[in-house]
Write a protein that binds this ligand. Structure first.
Ligand code: NAP
Length: 546
């Protein structure tokens, strides 16, 4: 959306209690909770509507890989009972409708300035307040800054030589045109075979004259077995809801990795994989509690999935190229697909294995690899995101002493519990690095963080604190703990976006927290008067702690 098309409004100036950046599921709930607390709050959102990731990712086939009944807010019983999902895995338009319904149902829109990007956030240590500026000329001073900017919200297109010379249309799955794209009669190149590529390729192939998929690394994918939800499904979910909530609010936040479990013989293992394959979805990874920690267990499961790929794809060379080989199963985000591997049996789909013949350049009319030039009318970049840190670091954030967050995170993101950063007082991250975030059901993690931040703000108001600052020793200890826990798993063996490995030059740090007991840890920290944080009434008291 160009600036000229943006809705006109007067700049917002003055003082307010809190600013929330982002109006996806994190931002919306944060706005609701802070308003409920009686805190004055302003939200800023780059898009012209709510929905965050579901607002931007409108590519064909975009669908949640968490079952819809679980990908729902749990904080409002009315909302829970009045909303009805139509499918096991909701498609993007339905999830966006849900986000819009929430915004209307809870009257959140008046709190949000849309089509507005936050440019800078600078902390003023004399007043313990943040000064926020935006690309619409807004200048707001606030006590609390909450970044709900999303973990996968900064699309990344690789710098392939000649890309700017291409004369056809180019698209990124993470910034898809709102009006949609008609690929009928078109020859389309899709670059990238992560979740976005795997979801969109079957849909594009149904419409386009021809699709050439450029794959650098094959990924594991499990069939979704998507179905419409029946009344019976919904009733069963309702009956089990209290148990589900107990599990969500339990110490593990639903993550069951790292358990030592006895693994049965080959035949029994196969039976279990057959059952899970028939059910479909990411639950395949829950086959055994140590599937993500024991390479022998993982190897067997990975071989099973590779066999399934070989069964699905008729051309043996294509099947071989589609079989993942360079990372353990589940250590890159597992994909959940509808007819992905079968799509390669279509006569109008071809796979180019970039491991054998890398892309050299994009020309005005196509994609040139070392061996061949592929003439295409459109290129779809399904090339992912600058995950976990990209959105935050695109804002000029300066904390105590004018230190830039980019410098503070030069060796990789450091955050205490993924909630706060040493040197950046009164700033809260929703699902920041060092929290379970992308390894958990995001909605559940968002709710937990929003509720923790709300309680913290309430506590500060009650006790007249003007500053909460992360203690740098507590932060170091947490970062080290996050690393140690990750090192006990197979995750660091993959060059994944969890590790920052998809961005040239980005420090390789395993960013999400994979351990158990995270919710309990956050609760204990709060119960102990915000252990690991330093609270201050006067700015000078807290300076030393940062
Ligand atoms: P991604 O997983 O990072 O995949 C990007 C793909 O682009 C990879 O195949 C990568 O290959 C390829 N690529 C990048 N640069 C390239 C280059 N220069 N030349 C050729 N290929 C290149 O990104 P994504 O598919 O957008 O998914 C990101 C995450 O978003 C997912 O893991 C998931 O968490 C989330 N997501 C979820 C859903 C869902 O809920 N269903 C759907 C979409 C996305 P390499 O592996 O070789 O780098």
């Amino acid at each position: 959306m160009s600036e000229s098309k943006a809705r006109k409004r007067a700049p917002i100036k003055g003082e307010i209690d809190a600013v929330v950046i982002g109006a996806g599921f994190g931002g919306m709930y944060m706005l609701h909770k802070l308003r409920e607390l009686g805190v004055s709050v302003q939200g800023f959102e780059a898009g012209d509507n709510v929905g965050g990731t579901w607002y931007w990712n409108r590519y064909p086939g975009a669908r949640c890989d968490v079952p819809s009944l679980f990908y729902s807010y749990t904080w409002s019983e009315e909302l829970q009972s009045e909303w009805r999902w139509s499918e096991k895995y909701a498609a993007q338009p339905e999830i966006l409708r849900y986000a819009n319904h929430v915004a209307d149902r809870f009257d959140l829109r008046p709190l949000i300035a849309f089509e507005t990007r936050v440019l800078s956030a600078h902390f003023d240590e004399r007043s313990d307040r943040w000064r926020i500026t935006t690309d619409r000329g807004d200048v707001l001073d606030c006590r609390w800054l909450v970044t709900a900017t999303g973990c996968l919200s900064t699309p990344r297109a690789p710098a392939i030589p000649g890309v700017e010379t291409f004369e056809g249309a180019t698209y990124h799955t993470g910034a898809w045109p709102h009006e949609g794209v008609d690929f009928s009669g078109k020859r389309v190149a899709v670059i990238g075979t992560g979740s976005s590529g795997i979801q969109s390729i079957p849909q594009i192939a149904r419409q386009a004259e021809h699709v050439t998929v450029f794959q650098r690394t094959p990924n594991f994918s499990i069939p979704a077995r998507n179905t419409p939800l029946t009344e019976e499904d919904i009733e069963t979910f309702r009956q089990n809801y209290p148990a589900y909530i107990a599990m969500v609010k339990g110490p593990g936040m639903g993550f069951t990795g790292g358990l030592e479990v006895p693994i049965p013989d080959e035949e029994a293992q196969r039976k279990r994989y057959d059952e899970l394959w028939a059910i479909g979805g990411a639950g395949f990874l829950a086959a055994w509690g140590n599937l993500l920690t024991d390479i022998n267990v993982n190897d067997r499961a990975a071989s099973y999935v590779r066999e399934k790929i070989a069964d699905a794809v008729k051309d043996p060379k294509t099947a071989k190229a589609l079989q993942p080989f360079d990372h353990p199963l589940g250590t890159k985000r597992i994909c959940v697909d509808i007819d992905y591997f079968e799509t390669y049996n279509r006569p109008n789909v071809a796979l180019v294995n970039l491991r054998e013949t890398p892309i050299e350049a994009i020309t005005p009319t196509g994609v040139r690899t070392r061996e061949e030039t592929y003439e295409v009318d459109a290129i779809v970049f399904a090339t992912g995101f600058d995950a976990m840190t990209g959105a935050l670091l695109s804002i000029d954030i300066k904390g105590l002493g004018g230190v830039d967050l980019k410098d503070a995170w030069a060796e990789g993101p450091k955050a205490y519990l993924g909630l706060g950063v040493a040197g950046f007082p009164n700033m809260f991250l929703i699902t920041g690095p060092g929290s379970p975030s992308v390894l958990s059901n995001m909605i559940n993690s968002i709710e937990q963080h929003v509720e923790w931040v709300t309680d913290c703000v309430a506590y500060m108001r009650e006790h007249h604190f003007s500053r909460i600052a992360v203690d740098s020793a507590a932060q170091e200890a947490w970062v080290e703990h996050v690393r140690r826990v990750a090192d006990k798993t197979l995750f660091p063996r993959a060059a994944s976006w969890y590790m920052g490995a998809n961005i040239p030059g980005k420090p390789r740090v395993f960013m999400p927290y994979i351990g158990r007991g995270y919710r309990k840890k956050c609760e204990d920290v709060a119960a102990a008067g915000y252990e690991g944080f330093v609270l201050a009434k006067e700015p000078a008291d807290a300076d030393a702690a940062a």
